[in-house]
Design a binder for this molecule. Structure first.
Ligand code: SAM
Ligand code: CA
Length: 242
């Protein structure tokens, strides 16, 4: 697929799903992508984005602007030891792997190895696969209990939204004080403000209450400072303070 085809398919998905960006217009979002995102997107990330665009579940992948944000954030906080829950084809994982130092580590978990393997050749070619420890299975795996408390600088959570609060409980022990947990999709397709009878797609409606509950719980949690950003589908950064 040519770059303009891929970009217009991204635009198409944006119009259709409305959840790749919460900006007020498609034109504004497109301006941002074309001016500041695509020209600076590493070749390997572009390649992975284009491979993912052909996959039937491509709606799950992170948008290019969020990938750029994640990469910048990790560099700003000097992250070295990170975790990702929900990998899919690895676009956010590659954004992370490129940001970490050569001896950085990412514990990446997903119930589906097949999709991870779709993107793996690109990750390998980019020379960052050695930073990744991929584990297939549900994210709250027993081996996590063996992980040293406070050993992670950063965790990116982008999987089953109905489990986010269970993850939160465990992750607050695993991330160091001063470290960051980022929860993705916390504005959930804008549905967090939809009237109760709004005609929402079934999966959006199903997870909406979990996202609403999560947002309230994070806002009330004294162990973290939070910042919710309208990047992608909404991402909430939680900095552990105790
Ligand atoms: N972070 C990816 C990106 O930005 O390209 C997208 C992840 S996708 C939205 C969600 C992923 O979570 C899917 O690949 C799915 O298989 C995985 N998933 C769902 N439930 C899970 C669970 N309990 N544990 C681990 N992964 C899970
Ligand atoms: Ca996401």
């Amino acid at each position: 697929m040519s770059s303009s085809e891929s970009e217009s398919s991204q635009q198409g998905r944006h119009r259709e799903a409305g959840h790749k960006s919460l900006l007020q217009s498609d034109a504004l979002y497109q301006y941002m992508l074309e001016t500041s995102v695509y020209p600076r997107e590493p070749e390997c990330m572009k390649e992975l984005r284009e491979i993912t665009a052909k996959h039937p579940w491509n709606i799950m992948t992170m948008s290019a602007d969020e990938g750029q944000f994640l990469n910048m954030l990790l560099k700003l906080i000097n992250a070295k030891n990170t975790m990702e829950i929900g990998v899919y084809t690895g676009y956010s994982l590659l954004a992370t792997a490129l940001a970490l130092p050569d001896d950085g580590k990412i514990l990446a978990m997903d119930i589906n190895r097949e999709n991870y393997e779709l993107g793996l050749p690109v990750i390998e070619k980019a020379g960052v696969a050695h930073k990744i420890d991929f584990r297939e299975g549900p994210a709250l795996q027993p081996f996590l209990l063996e992980k040293k408390q406070g050993s992670f600088d950063f965790v990116f959570v982008d999987a089953d939204k109905d489990n986010y609060l269970n993850y939160h409980k465990r992750l607050l022990e695993l991330v160091k004080v001063g470290g960051v947990i980022a929860y993705d999709n916390t504005l959930w397709n804008g549905s967090v403000v939809a009237p109760p009878d709004a005609p929402l797609p079934k999966y959006v409606r199903y997870y909406r209450d979990f996202v609403l509950h999560l947002n309230r719980a994070l806002a009330a949690d004294p162990r973290i400072e939070i910042c919710q950003l309208p990047v992608g589908d909404g991402v909430t950064l939680c900095r552990r303070i105790k």
